[in-house]
Design a protein around this ligand. Structure first.
Ligand code: HAM
Length: 439
């Protein structure tokens, strides 16, 4: 029988890796709490219409990357519902905001999420079909200040702080404004006309986009097309005065806070809901998939999916890519990872031929481990049937220290502790063991 494997584009994360993931998530939760964000968890699948209307029918995500299926109809007369594994979480968060009438609180909602997303992309380094995002959204009625450029600046400043606290160095904040929906429509027309002159020199994809959705030409990665694209009119010239003012306030606040950024008028992003501020944080170490995170403002998303006016802004970090960056930089040393080692290994020792003694020593070791673990220490339990050499070998792999528990130690209440990193061996009274191990 053929052996079964994880599906292409998905992977298992084993304990050697998840420790770093958990540290990153803990750091993110800590930062979010300091900015008054609360956690939201939305379902992994939603009605397909949410993404079609929210993310946009024309986008690559919706038109070719979604995992969509028809649910079984409840009754014969009923049309089966089309469901989709979420390719991103912003649409789901806004749906929840509408469904739970969070706008009626009159308050700004600051929500974060950590969870898997699904896109049927061609897998490569940093690109998976199931991947993880850490994201956050600030959304609310305009009366709560949700449209204010203060929110944009706060989000970007928070991201700079989070990346700093994760010890990620060498990131670049790429910043742009795509203006209002009307600005974008105007710009699309400007582009369409400019492309008429040059499109025949461009790649096949660009030739198609020049007709269907000229804005997407700006995403093209084909090297030969780059000089042509760079020479096209910039979106900046198509922005109305309000969008220009908004953007000027965002950059002024970033300047004041000392958050560096690079203006990139080509940054239009691959999701249709964006308005005004758009951004990505890139990292050179990632190769082709260099976007560590992306986000922007989406002032019309709530209305596009049938909700009240609720402007918002948010981002999603690619957690898989964050991990790759930290691993490559070996910055995870800063996280003092345990490398799977616990504080102490307890090695019970007994005469292997005496079953009763073996059992008694294993029980005594369990009692000691229980006390240490309850005192907040991490411990691994050995086995009295192991000889001393085997115990030491097992302990060296699992723990930073070993405690020997034999008949003599049990009688005297004084235990031998060896520290593997220093090679030091000490006799410690049982009552002082937890304090000694903690020091
Ligand atoms: P996005 O740019 O599509 O935006 O994704 C955000 C980040 O998720 C990317 O920058 C990347 O790090 C990561 N990512 C995307 N696709 C993959 C993949 N196939 N494998 C690994 N990582 C991936 C959004 O999803 C928006 N919802 C962000 C947002 C929130 N905008 C406003 N609020």
């Amino acid at each position: 029988m053929a052996t079964l494997k994880a599906v292409r584009g998905t992977r298992d994360l084993l304990p050697a890796e998840t420790e770093l993931w958990n540290r990153i998530e803990a750091t993110a939760r800590n930062v979010f709490a300091r900015y008054r964000f609360g956690e939201i968890r939305t379902p992994l699948f939603e009605d397909t219409a949410l993404f079609a209307r929210g993310v946009g029918e024309e986008t690559d995500i919706v038109s070719k990357e979604m995992y969509t299926w028809e649910d079984r109809a409840r009754a014969q007369s009923e049309k089966p519902q089309s469901l989709t594994l979420r390719p991103e979480n912003t649409a789901g968060v806004v749906r929840a905001y509408i469904e739970h009438k969070l706008g009626e609180t009159g308050q700004l909602q600051k929500l974060y999420y950590i969870g898997p997303q699904f896109r049927r992309e061609r897998p490569q380094k940093g690109r998976y079909r199931q991947f993880w995002q850490i994201g956050a959204e600030v959304i609310g009625p305009p009366s709560a200040g949700s449209e204010s450029p203060v929110r944009d600046a706060e989000i970007l400043e928070m991201l700079a702080t989070l990346l700093d606290e994760l010890h990620i160095e060498g990131w670049t904040l790429e910043l742009n404004s795509v203006g209002s929906a009307a600005d974008r429509e105007r710009y699309n027309e400007v582009l369409r006309q400019a492309l008429v002159q040059v499109q025949e020199k461009m790649c096949a994809d660009c030739q198609r986009r020049a007709v269907t959705n000229p804005l997407r030409v700006l995403d093209c990665k084909v090297p030969e097309d780059q000089p042509i694209i760079d020479a096209l009119p910039k979106i900046t010239a198509s922005l109305d005065q309000e969008s220009k003012d908004h953007f000027a306030q965002v950059t002024a606040a970033l300047d004041a806070a000392g958050v560096p950024y690079r203006l990139n008028p080509r940054l239009v992003r691959g999701l249709d809901y964006y308005t005004r501020t758009t951004f990505e944080f890139t990292h050179g170490g990632l190769g082709a998939q260099n976007a560590l995170l992306g986000g922007g403002r989406y002032d019309g998303l709530s209305e596009a999916i049938g909700g009240p006016k609720a402007p918002g802004i948010g981002f999603a970090i690619g957690l898989d890519r964050l991990v790759l960056t930290l691993q490559a930089a070996q910055a995870n040393q800063d996280f003092a990872l345990s490398k799977g080692k616990v504080d102490v290994y307890i090695a019970p020792m007994a005469d292997a031929k005496n079953a009763a003694r073996l059992g008694a020593m294993n029980a005594a070791a369990l009692v000691l481990a229980r006390a240490l673990r309850r005192a907040g220490l991490s411990a691994e339990l050995g086995d009295a049937s192991f000889r001393l050499k085997k115990s030491f070998e097992a302990a060296d792999k699992a723990a930073r220290r070993i405690v020997i528990l034999g008949e003599d130690e049990l009688d005297s209440g004084v235990l031998t502790v060896k520290d593997f990193s220093t090679g030091e061996q000490k006799k410690i009274p049982r009552g002082e063991l937890a304090a000694h191990l903690r020091s």
